[in-house]
Design a protein around this ligand. Structure first.
Ligand SMILES: Cc1cc2nc3c(=O)[nH]c(=O)nc-3n(C[C@H](O)[C@H](O)[C@H](O)COP(=O)(O)O)c2cc1C
Length: 203
């Protein structure tokens, strides 16, 4: 039995294309794996706080026992990391915002990329602690970035999740969504097909 963590990051609701694509993934996944556990986190509507000075002091503290106020500063981070580590498959819906990711998703990443919890700094540099996991990231974009130019989204997400140990990452991009109805619809249809292929391959 797998444990899936489904994360949406668009602040839009019914109009969100990334939400509709991750929802499609969950719908067909459940048909094939009805017994799997699915945890849902909606970062688009329930914003996690940005890290602050107390968080940084607590996360990088070298003492075993933290004073109460520093321990409290890591409470949300601890909860998010526990939830993240409990999953073995991640499905993420991520709009491209200003060539990158929405700020609310960046705030989440800052909370879960934490020394001694999701990575360590060893003799050879950073070592990820989140091993043996699989991740599917479905992005939505108004334009098209297939030649890589100005795409700071995929390279960033790949780098940051690899840093914590997740190396098996698949991207599906729904692009051209602001470039006319036909272009957008073609890209959404291709993303749907790719999601179906991913589920079929992973079974
Ligand atoms: C604030 C904002 C910034 C955006 N920046 C970009 C961008 O840099 N490149 C791009 O291709 N599309 C950009 N878009 C378009 C979105 O990526 C596109 O509308 C996408 O469908 C949003 O995802 P959603 O439908 O799940 O909400 C931007 C949209 C918004 C609202």
């Amino acid at each position: 039995m797998k444990h899936i963590l489904h994360i949406d990051t668009s602040p839009r609701s019914a109009r969100s294309i990334s939400r509709s694509l991750t929802e499609e993934f969950i719908r067909i996944w459940k048909q094939v794996h009805p017994g799997d556990a699915i945890t849902y986190r909606d970062l688009g509507h329930y914003i996690v706080p940005p890290i602050d000075e107390a968080w940084i002091a607590a996360a990088f503290s070298r003492t075993e026992t933290l004073p109460q106020e520093l321990e409290a500063a890591l409470k949300i981070s601890d909860e998010l990391i526990d939830e993240f580590l409990a999953a073995d498959l991640y499905i993420l819906g991520v709009p491209m915002y200003n060539y990158s990711i929405p700020a609310n998703f960046k705030a989440y990443i800052d909370q879960i990329v934490r020394v001694r919890r999701t990575f360590i700094i060893g003799q050879d540099g950073y070592e990820g602690l989140v091993k043996g996991k699989k991740m599917l990231i479905v992005t939505t974009r108004g334009g098209k970035y297939s030649n890589g130019t100005l795409d700071f989204q995929e390279p960033y997400l790949k780098a940051i999740f690899e840093l914590i140990g997740i190396t098996d990452i698949t991207f599906i991009h729904a692009e051209n969504l602001s470039m006319g109805i036909q272009e957008g619809q073609q890209s959404i249809a291709a993303a749907h097909a790719a999601i179906h292929q991913f589920v079929a391959k992973y079974c």
